[in-house]
Design a protein around this ligand. Structure first.
Ligand SMILES: Cc1cc2nc3c(=O)[nH]c(=O)nc-3n(C[C@H](O)[C@H](O)[C@H](O)COP(=O)(O)OP(=O)(O)OC[C@H]3O[C@@H](n4cnc5c(N)ncnc54)[C@H](O)[C@@H]3O)c2cc1C
Length: 376
C-alpha cells in the first residue's frame, strides 16, 4: 500500500487521527513502539469540560462524536452513558454548580441541578451532608485501550499498523526507526503522547503524574462518574501536588478511584503518601470505601501544555510534520474532536469549529523566542 500519512503513536489520539484520515480517503501507516502511554493508564471519563471556550468547544464536539460512535463499538470498549455528577460540598460550590449549568446551557448541553435529598437518592453511598450536585447526563466512560484498537480496525485496508519505534525525525520529515530503517510519507502526524518531546524537544510539554486505584467488584455501589466541584479549583488548575475526589463505576462493578496530579517527576512508582492522600479524599466523600478491597493501583503521565490545550496543527517549521499532542488529562474525551480538526486542516476541509486556539505556532514561537532555535 502506498502511504499518504504516517501517524506516530497508536494511543487514543493517534488511533482517532488515523481513523479520521482514513475516513477522509487517506492511506495511513501507524507506527507504534508499544511502550505504553496515558491511554492505558488513564481513567476513560468522557466529560464536557468548560474551563475555557476552546476546551468546551473541543470536548463538546468530541462528546457528540463518541455518542455517535458508541452504538457501533464493541462491548470490550466498555462504553457507558453513566453521566457525570459534579458534587457540591457546600453552598459556595452549589453556587458554582449553578454557574456551570448556565455555561453549559448556553452551549446547548443538557444538565440538571440536584439538591441534597435528590443527590442522596441518586447516590446513597455519598456522605449525607453534601449540598447537592450538577448532573450532566450526556457524559460517559469507556475503556480507552480497546476503543483505540477499535478505531484503528474501522479503517480496514486504509489503516496499517506496524510495531516500530521512531528514533528521530529528520529535517526533511524522514523518520529514522530503531531498527535502522527509514520511512517517509507526504504528511507525518506526531501523536506519541508524553514521548513527543523526545522527537521534538522544542514542544512545550511537561509530564503531570497521576495515581489511580481500582477496587474489587461491588456492583451498584455508585451509578455515575462522581467528581468534586472543588476539582475545578484544586487539582485541575494547580501547579503544585494536589488530589481531588473522582470515582468511576466500571461496567464490571469495580470502582476506579482518582485522582492526583504532580509535576516535576517521571518516576512511574506508586507513591504511598500521594496514594494515601488521594484515598483519604475519596473516603471523605464515600465513607463506605473503607470496607472495600483494592485490587491494584498504578500511575500514568499526562502530557501537559502551558495553557492546558492540545497542540493541533502544522508544526511551524518542521517539514511535513503535523502535531496532535499535549492532551493532558482530557485526551480520551477530546481524541475524536482533535482528530476531526487535524484531518480537516491536513486535507483542506472545513474543521467545523475554530482551530486557532490549538494552533502550535503561537506556543512554539513564544518558547523559541526565549531559547536558541534547535531546528529551522
Ligand atoms: C492518571 C490519568 C487519568 C486520566 N484520566 C482521563 C479521563 O478520565 N478522561 C480523559 O479524557 N483523559 C484522561 N487522561 C488523559 C488521557 O489518558 C490522555 O490524554 C490520552 O490517553 C493521551 O493519548 P495519546 O494517544 O496522546 O498518548 P498515549 O496514550 O501516551 O499514546 C502514545 C503512543 O505513542 C507510542 N510511542 C511513544 N513514543 C514512540 C516512538 N518514538 N515511536 C513510535 N511510537 C511511540 C506509545 O507506544 C503509545 O502507544 C488521564 C491520564 C492519566 C495519566
Amino acid at each position: 500500500m502506498d502511504t499518504d500519512v504516517i501517524v506516530i503513536g497508536a494511543g487514543i489520539v493517534g488511533a482517532a487521527c488515523a481513523h479520521a484520515l482514513a475516513q477522509a480517503g487517506r492511506r495511513v501507516l501507524v507506527l507504534d513502539a508499544r511502550i505504553g502511554g496515558a491511554t492505558g493508564a488513564g481513567m476513560g471519563h468522557l466529560v464536557v469540560m468548560d474551563d475555557n471556550p476552546a476546551e468546551l468547544a473541543l470536548s463538546r464536539h468530541s462528546m457528540a462524536q463518541w455518542r455517535a460512535l458508541a452504538p457501533r463499538m464493541g462491548e470490550d470498549c466498555a462504553y457507558s452513558a453513566c453521566g457525570t455528577l459534579w458534587i457540591a460540598a457546600n453552598e459556595e460550590e452549589m453556587a458554582e454548580a449553578e454557574r456551570k449549568q448556565q455555561r453549559l446551557h448556553a452551549h446547548g448541553i443538557d444538565s440538571r441541578l440536584l439538591d441534597a435529598p435528590a443527590l442522596t437518592r441518586a447516590e446513597p453511598a455519598l456522605r449525607k451532608d453534601l449540598a447537592g450536585a450538577l448532573e450532566v447526563p450526556g457524559d460517559g466512560i469507556l475503556y480507552a485501550p480497546n476503543a483505540a484498537r477499535w478505531l484503528l480496525a474501522q479503517g480496514g485496508a486504509s489503516i496499517r499498523v506496524e510495531h516500530a519505534k521512531v528514533d528521530a525525525i529528520e529535517d526533511d520529515g524522514t523518520l529514522q526507526l530503531a531498527d535502522g530503517s527509514r520511512r517517509t510519507a507526504p504528511q507525518i502526524v506526531l501523536a506519541n503522547g508524553i514521548e513527543a518531546t523526545t522527537l521534538c524537544p522544542e514542544l512545550p510539554i511537561r509530564p503531570k503524574k497521576g495515581h489511580l486505584l481500582i477496587t474489587d467488584r461491588y456492583p451498584g455501589t455508585v451509578h455515575h462518574q462522581l467528581v468534586e466541584l472543588g476539582y475545578v479549583t484544586s487539582a485541575h488548575h494547580s501547579d503544585g501536588d494536589s488530589v481531588a475526589f473522582n470515582v468511576q463505576p466500571r461496567p464490571t462493578g469495580q470502582l476506579l478511584i482518582g485522582s492526583s496530579r504532580q509535576f516535576g517527576t517521571t518516576d512511574p512508582a506508586v507513591e504511598a503518601p500521594m496514594l494515601a492522600r488521594m484515598l483519604q479524599r475519596a473516603l471523605d466523600y464515600l465513607p463506605g470505601l473503607a470496607d472495600l478491597n483494592a485490587v491494584r493501583s498504578w500511575t500514568g503521565l499526562r502530557a501537559a501544555t502551558p495553557d492546558g490545550l492540545p497542540l493541533l496543527g502544522k508544526h511551524p517549521w518542521r517539514e511535513k510534520l503535523w502535531l496532535a499532542v499535549g492532551h493532558e488529562g482530557l485526551g480520551v474525551t477530546t481524541a475524536p474532536g482533535s482528530a476531526h480538526l487535524l484531518a480537516a486542516l491536513m486535507t483542506g476541509a472545513a474543521p467545523g469549529f475554530d482551530a486557532a486556539p490549538y494552533a502550535p505556532r503561537g506556543l512554539l514561537e513564544e518558547r523559541m523566542s526565549a531559547a536558541p532555535r534547535v531546528h529551522q
